[in-house]
Design a protein around this ligand. Structure first.
Ligand SMILES: Cc1cc2nc3c(=O)[nH]c(=O)nc-3n(C[C@H](O)[C@H](O)[C@H](O)COP(=O)(O)OP(=O)(O)OC[C@H]3O[C@@H](n4cnc5c(N)ncnc54)[C@H](O)[C@@H]3O)c2cc1C
Length: 477
């Protein structure tokens, strides 16, 4: 059975060798500090039995015909790309933000596309390696990280120009059994609770930079791998339990301290001409994913804004209706970019469909540049209470609770509990450690807005626009 349960996933994690460091100490993967982030991943396993989600989340492996979780699948049609996007929006509603697991599916698809292209150009065997790995990945319902972003050092210098060559992950030794890699990847989401690290280059490389053009998959507890993690969770609830407060996230620096990778797990080694292609193919898939998950975040901001306005008695105020309409436009334009990217997808030689790059980038750009504006709308309409709301303990204290019940009132008929719940949610969602994390993630995850602009320009046919105006203006060259 290729579909595994969340318990089986967690059991796997517990069996791994401890190589995770967090908040000053070495921890096991069953440390309570990781409970909430792991819950988010568990959700992606439980979703296969969820009546609203299962038809999207369960699919079939094209390799074995077995039922698999779509978070381990390839996009072999335009329909698959649509379903990925819709699944991500719906799943993000459930966990109140990022489900995290889409990164690996985007990486696997990108590796699938580019290994085939390298083999066609160079006569290598990387695509066979990939397909064998994919079979194993799907059969065990694995979770992978996307270990792409190098630590990068001096931003103006190329990998080969850095004072320390380890600032980009690179090959330090090749043997007939495999390669040895050194370096560190930064910002790696899910680092402490993945089965595998899926490593790929973060940028294009030059002829001199073959050692940095490297891609591979490696079990997360392999000797020489160290995961230094920062864990972010919503505030724990005491009495006022809510679904949002059981999910969290962890990002990591993943250090590769002379790590041995056997050849059958290598997907690129030295083919520098394809490093940029792999990085950008991943970016295309992942920015398409953002066209599903980011509208979900806007949906949550929109719902919270509308509810708090309604509970406060100002739900129909013209300026609030106007702001809500703006949120609707942002959500649906980003989503529409994803649909357009899927509709205009290209079938690659591997059989995998890649979403149209310009549209996945315009959607991601629009999302990234509006994120603070969206939180601004929520903050301005919620008022100051998300930042000054007394703690849950004060609500539970028999001395102060009755005061809070009496004085926290808005529109007649809205119970104190409903008000308390919406304000505590907005406070946890937007005015907290995880709120700040989500804002930065909204800007930089999948590539900063400037990267999307560069991506759009690189593929855009500006010349054709000049030709239109030459025609209209009667200019003849
Ligand atoms: C919450 C979160 C989760 C993430 N998860 C992952 C993950 O799981 N896996 C992964 O691989 N990555 C992940 N990322 C990384 C993400 O892709 C990067 O943050 C993003 O690509 C920007 O890189 P950076 O943070 O190193 O910023 P920088 O490279 O420092 O860039 C910041 C700014 O500096 C300027 N700049 C940088 N380089 C140049 C240059 N050469 N010339 C001119 N200007 C320049 C640009 O204005 C740019 O916007 C995550 C990021 C966040 C915030």
């Amino acid at each position: 059975m290729a579909i595994k349960t969340s318990e089986e996933y967690f059991e796997r994690l517990k069996r791994m060798k401890p190589n995770v460091y967090a908040h000053g100490k070495k921890i096991g993967r069953d440390d309570p500090i990781l409970e909430l982030p792991i819950n988010t991943l568990k959700f992606t396993f439980d979703a296969v039995n969820d009546p609203e989600l299962k038809d999207m989340v369960v699919t079939h492996s094209h390799l074995t015909g077995e039922k698999i979780n779509r978070f381990t699948s390839l996009n072999l049609s335009i329909e698959d790309l649509y379903t990925q996007q819709e699944m991500k929006r719906k799943c993000c509603h459930r966990v109140g933000g990022c489900t995290q697991r889409c990164m690996a599916v985007d990486t696997m698809n990108a590796i699938g596309v580019v290994t085939k292209e390298i083999d066609e150009a160079k006569g290598t065997q990387y695509h066979d390696n990939f397909l064998e790995f994919l079979k194993y990945y799907q059969a065990n319902d694995l979770v992978g990280s996307t270990a792409m972003s190098d630590v990068k050092g001096d931003r103006k210098s190329r990998p080969s120009q850095q004072e320390d060559p380890d600032l980009y992950v690179h090959v330090v030794k090749k043997t007939n059994k495999g390669i040895v890699v050194r370096g560190a990847k930064n910002h790696i989401t899910m680092g402490p609770y993945v089965d595998e690290h899926l490593v790929l280059p973060t940028r294009s490389m030059t002829k001199e930079e073959g050692d940095w053009a490297v891609s591979f998959a490696i079990p997360a507890d392999t000797d020489g791998v160290r995961i230094i993690s920062r864990i972010v969770t919503p505030r724990r609830r005491i009495d006022l339990k809510a679904p949002y407060n059981i999910y969290g996230v962890a990002d990591s620096v993943v250090v590769f301290d002379d790590v041995f990778v056997p050849w059958d797990r290598v997907f690129m080694c030295g083919e520098w001409e394809f490093a940029g292609r792999l990085a950008l193919t991943f970016a295309g898939f992942h920015r398409h994913s953002y066209c599903g998950c980011k509208p979900a975040v806007t949906d949550i901001i929109m719902g919270a804004t509308a509810l708090v306005a309604e509970y406060s008695g100002v739900g129909n105020a013209p300026h609030i209706v106007d702001e809500l309409t703006e949120l609707m436009i942002i959500a649906e334009l980003v989503y529409a970019s994803g649909i357009a990217a899927a509709a205009k997808a290209t079938k690659t030689s591997s059989g995998i469909y890649t979403p149209m790059f310009v549209y996945s980038n315009t959607g991601r750009y629009l999302a990234g540049t509006n994120i603070y504006h969206e939180y601004d709308i929520l903050a301005s309409i919620a008022g100051g209470l998300p930042s000054t709301l007394p703690t849950e303990e004060d609500w539970l204290n028999p001395k102060t609770g009755p005061d809070l019940e009496k004085y926290f009132r808005r529109k007649p008929g809205i119970s104190a509990e409903k008000l308390h719940r919406i304000y505590r949610f907005i406070s946890d969602f937007s005015c907290s450690a995880i709120g700040g994390w989500a804002q930065y993630a909204g800007v930089h995850g999948g590539g900063s807005p400037v990267m999307e602009k560069i991506g759009i320009r690189s593929e855009y046919d500006l010349e054709s626009k000049k030709q239109i105006v030459k025609y209209l203006a009667g200019i003849k060259d």
